[in-house]
Design a protein around this ligand. Structure first.
Ligand SMILES: [Zn+2]
Length: 180
C-alpha cells in the first residue's frame, strides 16, 4: 500500500482556510489538522459535499478551492454579510470604495429576503432597489461548469477615494436599525 492511498484526497498538506498555514493530513482519515484551528474534513458524498470542499468540524464552516485559494461557502446570511462588511471595511482603509456588489447566483435565495427592496418611500428615493449595505446588487449566473462563480461568493466594483455620497454608510445603518 502506498502512502498516497493512506492520505486524504487533497494530499500530504493543505493551506488552513483560517490562517493560511500549511497543515498536515492525518493518515488514515479524511482530515487535516491545524494546531490553531482544529480539524478540517475533506468533502465527500458521505458528508454531503464536494471533493474540492473542506469542512471545519467544530463550526461546520465550509470552503471551496479555486486556483489555490479557499473561498468560504455561506449557509447563513449573517456570515455572508460579515464577510462583505470585512471586505468593504478593508477597501475603505485602502483608500477605495465599492460602487456595486456582484453575488454568485447560488446565493439568490439566501440573500433576496435581506435586500433593501424599496418598500418605503424614503428607501425608494435615497437607496433605490435591490441593495445590500446601500450598494446595488446583481447576480452572476454560473453559465460554465468551470466558472469561478461556482466557488467565489462575490465581487465588488471598486473605485479609488471615499464615497461621494454617504448613502453607503447611511443605508448600512438604516438597514441595521430597520430589522430591530
Ligand atoms: Zn489554521
Amino acid at each position: 500500500m502506498s502512502l498516497g492511498s493512506l492520505l486524504p484526497p487533497l494530499g500530504e498538506t493543505i493551506r488552513c482556510p483560517c490562517c493560511d498555514r500549511s497543515i498536515p493530513a492525518l493518515v488514515l482519515t479524511n482530515a487535516y489538522l491545524c494546531p490553531r484551528h482544529g480539524l478540517f474534513e475533506v468533502g465527500s458524498k458521505k458528508n454531503g459535499s464536494k471533493k474540492n470542499e473542506v469542512i471545519h468540524l467544530d463550526s461546520g464552516r465550509r470552503w471551496q478551492s479555486w486556483q489555490g485559494h479557499w473561498y468560504r461557502q455561506h449557509q447563513q446570511i449573517e456570515s455572508l454579510r460579515a464577510e462583505l462588511f470585512t471586505v468593504l471595511d478593508h477597501l475603505h482603509h485602502q483608500g477605495f470604495h465599492a460602487t456595486g456588489i456582484t453575488l454568485a447566483q447560488r446565493y439568490r435565495e439566501l440573500v433576496t429576503p435581506y435586500l433593501e427592496s424599496g418598500s418605503d418611500w424614503f428607501y425608494q428615493i435615497y437607496c433605490g432597489k435591490l441593495r445590500l449595505y446601500g450598494l446595488p446588487v446583481t447576480f452572476q449566473p454560473e453559465t460554465q461548469a468551470d466558472s469561478r462563480w461556482q466557488v467565489i461568493s462575490f465581487e465588488l466594483t471598486q473605485v479609488p477615494g471615499s464615497p461621494k455620497t454617504y448613502s453607503y454608510l447611511t443605508c448600512t445603518r438604516i438597514s441595521e436599525s430597520w430589522r430591530k
